[in-house]
Design a protein. Structure first.
Length: 250
């Protein structure tokens, strides 16, 4: 019976010694606190944490994919839309992400929601629909600057959906139709202008050479003669019959 306490003490010491061994995976780091104060960051591999004296908090270094819930955004031109996005980030400094913020996942999610509304509210609806790459970069830059103090790196932000109400959809459709009609009229007017310029150039060329005018006249007669279903009365230019009349008088 006298040796029983010694056995118990040895068993407790052995259990504590065995419990002090921790294994961290390649993507994990352990933030060690000794008597409540930060001690070091260890891992991956085998790590010794002395019970009672030291405590360890595991941190994953892998990229986290976080869905940002749909947010009500008022655009710069006072249009109400719902926008959701997906956020990619990872921990680059385990010490900061544990000490500087209570829960870095919740904090990053809340910050992403407020930043999404703030950044998109500075742009008009057309930019929200057509310039997503630029908006993604703006949101990512703002988030990365603010989460740097937490030891977090925001690698990418992607806007997934921009939902607008039906009345605004109809208004956008009418605007697109009006834009297409405007472009068609502009193209038609440009075609008429180019045709008029070419006709003016042709008339100027024909006016300089009387022979060219006569050839053009004869070509027109040839084209008209191909239509046998109609009777055509046409004048004969004096330039053609003048020489003939002169010979007849002689």
């Amino acid at each position: 019976m006298q040796g029983l306490p010694i056995i118990v003490v040895l068993f407790i010491i052995g259990a504590l010694f065995f419990y002090s061994f921790r294994v961290l995976r390649e993507y994990e780091r352990g933030v060690i606190f000794q008597l409540g104060r930060f001690w070091s960051v260890k891992g991956p591999g085998l790590v010794i944490v002395w019970p009672v004296i030291q405590q360890m908090v595991k941190v994953s270094m892998r990229t986290v994919t976080m869905d940002v819930p749909s947010q009500d955004v008022i655009s710069r031109d006072n249009v109400s839309v719902k926008v959701n996005a997906v956020l990619y980030f990872r921990v680059v400094d385990p010490q900061k992400c544990i000490i500087q913020v209570e829960n870095y996942l919740v904090a990053t999610s809340q910050l992403a929601q407020t930043t999404l509304r703030a950044v998109l509210g500075k742009h008009e609806l057309d930019a929200l629909l057509a310039e997503r790459e630029k908006l993604n970069l703006d949101i990512q830059t703002v988030l990365d600057q603010q989460t740097d103090a937490w030891g977090i790196k925001v690698s990418n932000v992607e806007i997934k959906h921009v939902d607008i109400n039906e009345s605004m959809v109809r208004a956008i459709a009418r605007q697109a139709e009006a834009e297409r009609e405007r472009r068609a009229k502009v193209i038609h007017a440009e075609g008429e202008l180019q045709a008029a310029e070419k006709l003016l150039q042709a008339a100027s060329t024909l006016a300089q050479k009387s022979e060219a005018m006569q050839l053009r006249y004869l070509q027109t007669l040839t084209q008209i003669a191909g239509d046998k279903a109609s009777t055509i009365v046409f004048p004969i230019p004096m330039d053609l019959i003048g020489p003939l009349l002169g010979r007849a008088r002689e």
